[in-house]
Each structure stands twice: as structure tokens, then as C-alpha cells.
Design a protein around this ligand. Structure first.
Ligand code: GLP
Length: 244
């Protein structure tokens, strides 16, 4: 695992876009998992600028949705698919048909999860995962405790996730209690993993991710000792951690 520490959120967004674009130029038909949440928004804006300048062609990519709230339709304002569409798919010119979704309001969500894992396998695995870090160490909505080989599935959100997601939608009562998430097995097998971490509120969980024991109680700790993982943190998140 490599840790890159940069000055602030702007530098993090530039660095992440630079590295992401390099990966995507090397693999123009890549299968990509991309997080929503606040942290990668600056990166996505930079990727869109690269595309507008003709320096990035995203038309061959295949996107896999990282997570979604159970029970919400794609046109619900809180839909994570909608968020991904506004922040990444539309700005990069990726049409809906190139996306494997975790449909939140399907009649049988378990079979949506099974079909997702089958689509990942059929694609030969994920090439690039762009992830944020939950305050409880979750990746996607893989809430602790989670096993290293957990498949894509329906989960109950942890209290920390309900609290942090409340800031997106204006209150905890607006946050659905269950979700579909790409499994740890899918994420950890990705050929390249980029994790973006910003702000002092992530400092303690980033330290536990990198320096603490590898444990189901900190899902992101499974990223340790994997050479395909790059964490980009700003100084506020890194605290006393130094680049490695
Ligand atoms: C959310 C999402 C994750 C996201 C993480 C961090 O709850 N389930 O996909 O990466 O938590 O979010 P943020 O970047 O807003 O801090």
C-alpha cells in the first residue's frame, strides 16, 4: 500500500485525477467502480476538464455502481445512481447502458447483487476502484464487521453511516436504513485501488486503516500489504502519518 500526502483537498483532487487519468489512458476499456460521497467530487471535476480538453476519452469505460440505498428509485433525489450520473457519467460522456447498476428498487435485490457479481466476473474483474473511506472504516457500504470475501449484498447501515450520510440529504430521517454494496471480494480483487481521504474527521480512521491491526472491525484495514493500493490523503486527514 502506498500513501501519498498532499497539502489540501484541491491538491488531492488534482493528484487523484492525474493518477486516475493515467490508468484510464492505459486501459481505455477498463471496468471501473467509482464512489459517490463528497471526497471524489473534485477528482471527477478534474477528469471532466481533461475530457473537455480532449485529453481523456472515457467512451470505452464500463462503470460499476459501488453502492445504492435499498428501496429508492433512480429518480429519487437521494439516489446514489443519480449522484454518480450528475458527477461522473454525464460529465465524462458515459451512457447509462455502459453502467452495471445496483438497482435500489428492484423487486428482488438479492438477485440484483448476484447478477452484479456475475457481471464483474464476466468482465474479468474490476480494473480500477476509486473509493472513499467511511468514518467507521467502511468501503462502499461494507460496514464493520465484514469478512474479506464478503460478496455484493444487501446490508444494514451502521449508525456512523446514517449520521455521516445525513449531511448529504438534510437529516438522519432522510437516510434509508439499508443499502446494496459491492462486496469486499469485488473491491479487494480490483487490479488498482485508489482511496481518497480528506479532512480531520477522517484522521483517526485513516491511522487505524494504515497502522492498526487488520481486522473485520476496520474493513479498510484489509487494504494493508497490497501493492496495488494507493491512498491519497490531504494533510488534515494524514495528521502525523507520513508518505510511504
Ligand atoms: C459513504 C459511502 C461511500 C463513501 C464514504 C465516504 O457512506 N457509502 O461510498 O465513499 O461513505 O464518504 P465521503 O467521501 O462523503 O466522506
Amino acid at each position: 500500500m502506498k500513501l501519498i500526502v498532499v497539502k489540501d483537498y484541491q491538491a488531492l483532487s488534482r493528484e487523484a485525477a492525474h493518477r486516475g487519468a493515467e490508468e484510464l489512458r492505459a486501459h481505455p476499456n477498463a471496468s471501473v467502480v467509482a464512489a459517490t460521497g463528497d471526497t471524489p467530487m473534485g477528482m471527477y471535476a478534474h477528469l471532466a476538464e481533461l475530457r473537455d480538453r480532449g485529453e481523456l476519452d472515457a467512451s470505452g469505460l464500463r462503470l460499476f455502481q459501488l453502492d445504492s440505498y435499498l428501496g429508492l428509485s433512480a429518480d429519487d433525489p437521494r439516489s446514489l445512481y443519480g449522484w454518480m450520473k450528475r458527477s461522473l457519467l454525464d460529465p465524462l460522456g458515459i451512457p447509462d447502458e455502459r453502467v452495471v447498476r445496483l438497482t435500489g428498487d428492484a423487486p428482488d435485490p438479492d438477485s440484483v447483487c448476484e447478477a452484479y457479481d456475475a457481471a464483474v466476473a464476466a468482465a474479468g474483474g474490476i480494473d480500477l476502484a476509486i473509493l472513499g473511506l467511511g468514518r467507521n472504516g467502511h468501503l462502499g457500504f461494507n460496514e464493520p464487521p465484514v469478512q474479506v470475501d464478503a460478496p455484493t449484498r444487501v446490508v444494514a447501515l451502521a449508525t456512523e453511516s446514517i449520521e455521516s450520510n445525513a449531511s448529504y440529504w438534510g437529516g438522519q430521517d432522510r437516510v434509508p436504513r439499508r443499502a446494496l454494496t459491492a462486496g469486499m471480494s469485488v473491491l479487494l480483487k480490483s487490479r488498482a485501488i485508489l482511496v481518497l481521504v480528506s479532512g480531520t474527521r477522517k484522521q483517526e480512521i485513516l491511522r487505524r486503516t494504515i497502522e492498526g491491526p487488520i481486522t473485520p472491525d476496520v474493513p479498510a484495514s484489509y487494504l494493508q500489504h497490497r501493492s496495488n493500493v494507493t491512498i491519497i490523503a490531504d494533510r488534515d486527514a494524514a495528521g502525523s502519518l507520513s508518505a510511504q
